[in-house]
Design a protein around this ligand. Sequence first.
Ligand SMILES: [Zn+2]
Length: 100
Amino acid sequence: MSLIQCPYCQSTHVKQTDSSHANANYFEQLQRCISPTQMALFGMQLAKKAGFPPFTGAAIGVVVGGVLVIVSQYCYEKYYSNAKQYICQDCHQHFAWAQS
Ligand SMILES: [Zn+2]
């Protein structure tokens, strides 16, 4: 018998959840990390160092940020296609557990 443990607190009090909710949560966090505004600012800083006009840098930053989101979305779906989503009933963290 294999027990599923919470990766955060090692508790075995876990419950399977609706996977769509956990996915939405993940992408919300991701898009907060790689927001177009932040990527534009990052691109402008790089452009300043490289001697490009800031507008060009901002445009490049937004494009690169968009590509990063798409690539990570693809990797996430590939990696978690066989995984089930769980929530820990002790520390309330969401996590994915891949069934072998
Ligand atoms: Zn836990």
